[in-house]
Design a protein around this ligand. Structure first.
Ligand SMILES: [Zn+2]
Length: 410
């Protein structure tokens, strides 16, 4: 990508931001706010979002999820049938010209349960785990925290049906491990907490929390073991860890980056769904719902990986791996930089090339703000040694490397 041609460059604004991810992502040219809680993803931002989505998709396929794509626009009937129309306060409701009621999906149990009823009849077909990666809508009274708490957000939602509690529990352990892997891959450490089951489920739900001061959840966690609980339901505040008994629990702010609900048979009952067991008897089975916020994850990554100069993207989700720039107006320098850019493109290297005729200071500041993992700098000085200067965004030191060697190592 030639930076001179990029749609959505860095910008300086006097706007007040409530979180670092909102400020950095907008100033660095990744997103643009349309209104509170609703963002446009510009080319750089969309590349990051797609990379996170690809990691999540791979993880879900590895636990035998099957990707589908369900509608965002729902008829009101299905929400009335589940009771959600009157009970889900964040449900966006709208009316058509013909005065019919509709809802925008904030979760899709109401769509997927009738789908399962149409397509799956036997216990033999369980477990079955369709999922999608799609936009969700929540009528938040106050949307804030940048892309971490949106009215519109990208989410992976999987729904699972199981013969019995045991089959559900086996899969819970499997997907819990997969979720923790996914967070680790993108550079985050998540804690699994128990929380209340939300509007519909009297059962416990599991939340995946990443410690961050920008988070909106208050948790208590143990520094010695993996015990962690949402303060909402904590009975043991101030006392020692109920699991290892070693330490008293520590309070922290965290952001929920995933959740798992054991929905029991709530939706089977609402939609009259049952499966035939081996004796031909109708059974309700157990249903689970598995959410993972993709746009939120992007916000949390920025909250964790930044410094006073800008974003520091972990390689796996970075929009590009290399940020090439030349310094000075020397024609030879520009020609060498152009040639290197072409050579790297030919090798399918993900590279952004700042080919603008602006000051070195501006280019370096922009490169730090955008946060691509490795900077390649060419100047008259580096060319005296046929070299480029390589600097990792998360390191202070830089090193000179011969261009020919660099091309060999890449
Ligand atoms: Zn403990």
């Amino acid at each position: 990508m030639l930076y001179s041609k990029l749609f959505g460059k860095t910008s300086k604004t006097s706007k007040q931001y409530d979180t670092k991810n909102a400020a950095l992502l907008e100033q660095a040219g990744f997103v643009r706010q349309l209104m509170a809680g609703v963002y446009t993803y510009l080319p750089l931002g969309l590349r990051v979002l797609n990379k996170i989505a690809a990691i999540v998709r791979q993880g879900m396929n590895e636990v035998d999820g099957q990707e589908i794509l369900m509608p965002i626009l729902h008829p009101a009937d299905i929400w009335k049938q589940s009771g959600g129309w009157d009970n889900v306060d964040v449900l966006f409701k709208l009316k058509s010209r013909a005065d019919k009621d509709y809802a925008l999906g904030q979760s899709e149990e109401e769509v997927v349960t009738p789908l399962i009823k149409d397509l799956v009849t036997s216990y033999k077909d369980l477990p079955i785990k369709p999922y999608q990666i799609h936009w969700k809508y929540r009528d938040e009274l106050r949307a804030k925290s940048g892309i971490m708490r949106g009215r519109e957000f990208l989410m992976k939602d999987m729904y699972g049906w199981f013969k019995d509690q045991n089959q559900f529990d086996v899969f819970y352990e499997q997907i819990k491990g997969k979720y923790l892997d996914i967070y680790k891959k993108v550079g985050l450490t998540a804690k699994v907490t128990e929380a209340s089951g939300g509007a519909f489920s009297k059962k416990i739900s599991y939340e995946f929390m990443v410690l961050t001061d920008a988070g909106e959840d208050n948790i208590l966690y143990c520094e010695d073991c993996d015990y962690c609980v949402n303060q909402e339901i904590a009975k043991d505040k101030g006392s020692s860890c109920p699991k290892c008994k070693n330490k008293s629990l520590k309070p922290a702010k965290a952001s929920e980056v995933g959740n798992i609900f054991d929905l029991g048979n709530k939706y089977q009952e609402s939609f009259n769904l049952s499966f035939l067991d081996q004796d031909g008897k109708k059974q309700l089975g157990v249903m689970g719902c598995y959410g993972l916020g993709i746009s939120r994850l992007m916000g949390v990554i920025v909250e964790k990986y930044n410094d006073e100069k800008g974003i520091i993207w972990p390689e796996i989700v970075a929009p590009y791996q290399f940020h090439l720039l030349h310094i000075g107006k020397d024609e030879n320098v520009i020609a060498k930089a152009n040639a290197l850019y072409k050579q790297l493109l030919d090798r399918n290297i993900e590279i952004m090339y700042d080919d603008r005729d602006i000051s070195a200071g501006e280019k370096l500041a922009d490169s730090d703000l955008i946060g691509i993992p490795t900077r390649i700098l060419i100047s008259a000085k580096t060319l005296l040694q046929d070299s480029v200067e390589i600097k990792k965004r998360d390191e202070e030191k830089s090193s000179l490397i011969k261009i020919s060697d660099f091309l060999k190592t890449i």
